[in-house]
Unconditional design. Structure first.
Length: 326
């Protein structure tokens, strides 16, 4: 059953209707970042969906409008943990929007093949949702944050990057703050500027899907460009350490955390790690095939939580949203 066909009701209660309200998001299916930045006239269009949840309390309203946290799932699609995070922020007085990039594309999981749609498409979805939510009469456009997990973490980091965001939503528009949970930073813009958007990253040092060192480098690049970016590294924590479920191996996961970073030129073209040359025709699949042939890829990786991991994540998450949006 698609996420949009599910009735989701939060125990904290919400304004009418009491269940999550379905929203359709007009978005696109770019082949790569160049497609968005330099060839947007030829973007294939589609519509995805998500659910909006409004809090019962109005104590965070300013001028009659609410701050909002957008929750962007990772490679397994919308999971109970993502809904739990949305319910937590709604209970704390924020509106929440859970984005589903998978259902409309007929995708159930990307763990075995991340090239079913591009990482550029994931980031485009996030900004397309911002465009819809920013004009909602009950939402404060100046206080919208995005919280992405794994692949979703990559998406929100790209959505905060001005080289990409300016091409989709216009100069200066977009998110007040971004929380990237255990993101993959295998794609990074040469110009990583995020301007006024504040970045927070949280991940475990035992992550087998994504490289903490690569993410540290990404955060440092953002800081060197004048942005605000902090990273919390949790000792012994696995990928998806906020799930609240036992640690388990996902045998069909295809991962290559040690592969070289693929940088992105100002026009959106990938720069191949071997040649150092920007090529507008390169797509995600080309870089992933290179990583596999170079011996970086492997099958199987662990996800899950140790005792206290999920509670630690929840506390860090709430503190960030209260400070930046509250």
């Amino acid at each position: 059953m698609r996420f949009c066909d599910q009735d989701i009701v939060f125990a904290h209660g919400a304004t009418a209707p009491s269940k999550g309200q379905n929203f359709e998001i007009p978005t696109a299916n770019p082949a790569n970042y160049f497609h968005v930045i330099s060839n947007s006239a030829e973007l294939p269009k589609l519509a995805i969906d998500g659910k909006l949840f409004l809090p019962a309390s109005d104590h965070r309203k300013r001028n009659g409008k609410l701050p909002l946290v957008m929750v962007v799932p990772g490679s397994l699609g919308v999971a109970p943990s993502h809904l739990a995070h949305a319910e937590t922020v709604v209970g704390d007085g924020f509106a929440a929007f859970v984005l589903d990039s998978f259902g409309a594309r007929g995708v159930t999981s990307t763990v075995a093949n991340q090239t079913q749609f591009s990482f550029a498409a994931s980031a485009y979805d996030v900004l397309a949702a911002w465009q819809v939510l920013s004009v909602h009469p009950e939402i404060d456009a100046s206080r919208i944050g995005a919280q992405g997990h794994s692949r979703g973490g990559s998406a929100v980091l790209t959505a905060a990057t001005r080289r990409f965001a300016d091409a989709v939503v216009g100069a200066g528009a977009g998110f007040r703050s971004v929380l990237a949970a255990y993101p993959w930073s295998g794609h990074q813009f040469l110009d990583p500027s995020v301007d006024e958007t504040e970045i927070r990253v949280i991940m475990g040092d035992a992550d087998e899907w994504c490289s903490p060192m690569q993410v540290q480098g990404h955060c440092q690049a953002i800081r060197l460009s004048g942005g605000r970016a902090t990273m919390r590294l949790i000792g012994g924590a696995q990928h998806s350490f906020d799930r609240g479920t036992d640690i388990e191996n996902v045998p069909d996961a295809s991962v290559s955390p040690a592969a070289p970073t693929a940088y992105i030129a100002n026009d959106g073209a990938f720069i191949h790690p071997l040649t150092g040359v920007a090529d507008s025709k390169l797509v995600d699949r080309d870089l992933m095939i290179y990583a596999l042939k170079a011996g970086y890829g492997r099958k199987g990786a662990r996800i899950g939580s140790r005792d206290g991991d999920a509670e630690l994540f929840k506390a860090d998450m709430l503190a960030f949203w209260r400070r930046t949006l509250g």
